[in-house]
Design a protein around this ligand. Structure first.
Ligand SMILES: CC(C)(COP(=O)(O)OP(=O)(O)OC[C@H]1O[C@@H](n2cnc3c(N)ncnc32)[C@H](O)[C@@H]1OP(=O)(O)O)[C@@H](O)C(=O)NCCC(=O)NCCS
Length: 162
């Protein structure tokens, strides 16, 4: 069941946004757990959502210190409520493909169109070491935002689906 956003609509602005950069579970802000973050992302990614289990798997990967793994999470906060979140994964394939994959970015539906998503994505580009790639459906309006932030589509992504 979708949970009602607890954000105070009058406080939603880029100026009130605080971005937390999290590399390991101990760095999570004390007002949100990994499970709550996964549920927030699941709800806010709609209609492009992944399951809570898959989102948690990605968060575990980002927190991993195993060779070639890792990444980081960004949590956008307004008054101890999540307003947006991003998951960036590091891959060991730099030199062949970009070493960073922006896997999830989502902003609470009540907070969209106010520049919050743009701020979080820009922050992630700044923090990621090396280039960043991501997948976006052709019809997702987020594509416009990514282009505005300087992303290009030089390659066609092709898949062999089994
Ligand atoms: C994509 C998303 C993170 C953008 O967050 P945001 O805070 O609304 O972004 P900003 O306010 O910084 O920028 C708005 C831009 O995002 C795009 N956008 C996408 N969905 C939007 C929405 N529901 N409302 C407003 N703008 C939206 C618009 O094209 C807009 O570009 P423009 O300013 O050039 O017109 C947010 O819409 C979202 O969570 N969408 C659902 C999840 C999703 O699709 N994630 C990306 C998967 S690849």
């Amino acid at each position: 069941m979708a949970t009602e956003s607890k954000l105070d609509k009058n406080k939603i602005s880029k100026e009130n946004l605080k971005i937390h950069e999290v590399h390991k579970p101990e760095e999570m802000p004390d007002w949100i757990t990994v499970d709550e973050l996964a549920r927030f992302l699941h709800e806010s990614l709609k209609p492009y959502e992944d399951t809570v289990e898959d989102i948690k798997r990605a968060i575990d990967y980002a927190f991993s210190d195993a060779e070639g793994k890792g990444g980081f999470i960004l949590i956008g906060e307004i008054e101890k409520q999540p307003v947006g979140a991003l998951v960036m994964l590091h891959t060991d394939m730099g030199g062949y493909i970009p070493p960073n994959i922006l896997l999830f970015i989502a902003v609470d539906p009540v907070a969209r169109g106010k520049g919050i998503g743009g701020e979080i994505v820009k922050y992630s580009f700044d923090k990621a070491e090396g280039d960043v790639k991501l997948h976006v459906e052709y019809d997702n309006p987020a594509k416009k935002l990514y282009e505005r932030l300087g992303m290009t589509t030089k390659y066609a992504e092709m898949r062999y689906t089994k």
